[in-house]
Design a protein around this ligand. Structure first.
Ligand SMILES: C[S@@+](CC[C@H](N)C(=O)[O-])C[C@H]1O[C@@H](n2cnc3c(N)ncnc32)[C@H](O)[C@@H]1O
Length: 474
């Protein structure tokens, strides 16, 4: 039995008491299945680990257990496309919305795999390095932004630019994509940086003047060795003998696959474009309300893909609010719904948000803690408020576009700020009920090692829940 009820003051406690019977510890959904780690035998994810992703096994579990037959499946926060491609393998017509070009590039690469001439790639790979070394006339493709400047050793940077010039001359677009992808997957490995959630950590050998304790990331691979090794791995995995044993399902369903539709943009603007009752299933995981900054974490990849300072800043602001830098989107949303002739929807969603007593309690407590300077950052209260407000709109749209009897599965973690647990699972489920979903279950992951109460620091009374919600459209 989950024991967090005692710590919730009134409104959260009331909501907990009302929904407690929906919470169920799910021993079959361990942390591995809910994270990217179970994807090691999947094409593309084997070569690029999108650590924010969940597993194909999770998607297949829900699709096969809860849907009588394949139909249309959506992920509004598609990431690297786990829902889309796992759905496709099971015969579903898959749709995904993703804002970050990192995710859309990975998905586009995965789509190319079916058409890739692996023999041709093998021949190209053999002569590749001498071609690159010979290149005298090359363009500067990597145009750094302030947060990536000096991320690569000079020689690596020159080779990266030469490599991108070489790629741009390749006639076979599928080969070009996989070559670009191979270098994309090694950027962290060949750089002075390490991904660290809220920002990049910098190695002491970079040219940057670094404050604080010095950091040594260990051996930094040269571009040549990292690229060669990755391309050889890709070629090996795609060879006819390997592909059938490694990616069994991928191979088997190749001929009868339905195309995957990838929409690059914000789901706040893209979901309203779908008709009512369009989808049979939604499986998704939004960013968590945990200050994780995708645009900083993936800054090298964004620069590699050609994004400049302004574009990265715009991406950061368009993302679902989950960092202290996010400004509110309420005015934008109001104008947007008015522009599509649905201002009444805007009012309805706002009403549902404001009517949630647990939400109001969280906002009031965080404002109070903010005044008392008890939060690590003064924008945390704003972030939390907007995180839920934006997800309230997403939840409204998800309910509208799901068919009656269809399901929505959402993976998300609860969070804690200033010692206050924020029951993301309960608040979002309450929104969902208001928009026509029935809460079937809130599956709670069994306790993990990493966040046992001894390791929770000052506020370590209880563990915050990591959950998979299962909502069914009435
Ligand atoms: C937890 S990840 C999802 C990972 C995905 N389930 C997978 O397996 O790859 C959340 C994703 O939401 C994306 N995202 C954030 N804000 C968005 C928005 N407004 N519209 C669409 N996608 C957004 C992020 O870029 C990130 O890829």
């Amino acid at each position: 039995m989950i024991k967090t009820a005692e710590i919730f003051p009134s409104e959260r406690k009331k909501l907990f008491d009302r929904l407690e019977n929906k919470l169920e510890t799910a021993y079959n959904l361990n942390r591995k299945v809910v994270s990217f780690q179970a994807n090691k035998d999947e094409p593309v994810y084997r070569w690029f680990k999108y650590k924010e992703g969940f597993s194909s096994a999770l998607v297949k579990y829900f699709l096969t257990k809860y849907a009588p037959k394949p139909g249309k499946v959506l992920d509004p926060f598609a990431g690297a496309g786990t829902t889309l491609f796992a759905g496709q393998e099971l015969g579903w017509q898959s749709y995904g919305v993703e804002l970050l070009p990192v995710g859309t590039f990975v998905m586009q690469t995965r789509q190319v795999l079916d058409k890739l001439d692996v023999e041709k790639l093998t021949i190209i790979e053999k002569g590749l390095w001498s071609e690159i070394t010979k290149l005298k006339d090359f363009k500067n493709h990597i145009n750094h932004i302030s947060i990536t400047k000096d991320a690569f050793p000079d020689e690596t940077e020159e080779y990266l630019n030469k490599y991108l010039s070489y790629c741009s001359k390749i006639k076979d677009k599928h080969i070009e994509t996989i070559l670009r992808f191979a270098a994309f997957t090694v950027l962290e490995e060949i750089s002075y940086t390490r991904k660290d959630g809220q920002y990049l950590r910098w190695d002491y050998r970079s040219k940057r003047v670094l404050p604080g304790k010095s950091f040594n990331k260990g051996r930094i691979s040269t571009f040549k060795e990292a690229l060669k090794s990755k391309l050889n791995k890709i070629i090996h995995d795609l060879s006819p003998t390997q592909i059938s044993s490694l990616f069994e399902q991928f191979e088997k369903t190749n001929s009868e696959k339905k195309p995957v539709k990838i929409i690059e943009g914000s789901c706040l603007e893209e979901l309203p474009k779908f008709e009512n009752d369009f989808f049979d299933f939604i499986i998704t995981s939004p960013p968590y309300c945990n200050r994780y900054d995708y645009t900083r974490t993936y800054a090298l990849e964004l620069v590699y893909l050609g994004y400049n300072n302004e574009q990265v800043r715009d991406l950061r602001q368009s993302m679902l609010s989950c960092t202290v830098e996010n400004k509110e989107k309420i005015e934008f949303l109001s104008k947007f719904y008015t522009s599509i002739g649905k201002s009444e929807v805007f009012e309805e969603v706002l009403h549902v948000y404001n009517r949630s007593n647990a939400m109001m309690e969280v906002n009031a407590i965080l404002d109070e803690l903010n005044k008392l300077e008890k939060l690590n950052n003064s924008n945390i209260a704003r972030m939390v408020k907007n995180y839920f407000l934006e997800l309230c709109f997403v939840t409204y749209e998800m309910a509208r576009i799901t068919k009656s009897g269809g399901y929505c599965v959402m993976v998300n973690d609860n969070v804690r700020y200033g010692g206050e647990e924020i029951p993301v699972d309960l608040i979002l489920s309450e929104f969902a009920e208001n928009f026509g979903f029935e809460i079937n279950k809130i599956f709670v992951l069994p306790k993990g090692k990493g966040n046992s109460s001894q390791q929770m620091g000052n506020y370590g009374r209880t563990e915050v829940r990591k959950c998979v919600y299962l909502w069914q459209k009435k």
